[in-house]
Design a protein. Structure first.
Length: 85
């Protein structure tokens, strides 16, 4: 599947994520309101993320991956910037 990279993603973020592939956290969306999503991570914790940039259509129950060091969110065939809220 091809991924679209948001215009909010800086080259250094992509470099950080590529050089630290084991830092991605997988999870499921438990709440979404457009610019903020709450994610139940597979390690048992919950994190609230603020999506920076273009709106991403993320639905409750959807799987996603979050890279906390690079502040990237991969969901719905898009990679965008997301910061812990």
């Amino acid at each position: 599947m091809s991924r679209t990279i948001s215009s909010t993603v800086h080259p250094i973020q992509r470099c950080m994520a590529a050089s630290n592939p084991s830092a991605w956290w997988d999870g499921l969306v438990i709440e979404a309101d457009g610019s903020t999503v709450t994610v139940a991570l597979l390690n048992g914790t919950t994190v609230q993320l603020r999506i920076v940039g273009p709106a991403v259509a993320i639905a409750v129950g959807e799987p996603l991956a979050y890279h906390p060091v690079a502040e990237l969110l991969s969901a719905s065939a898009i990679i965008t910037t997301a910061r812990a809220a």
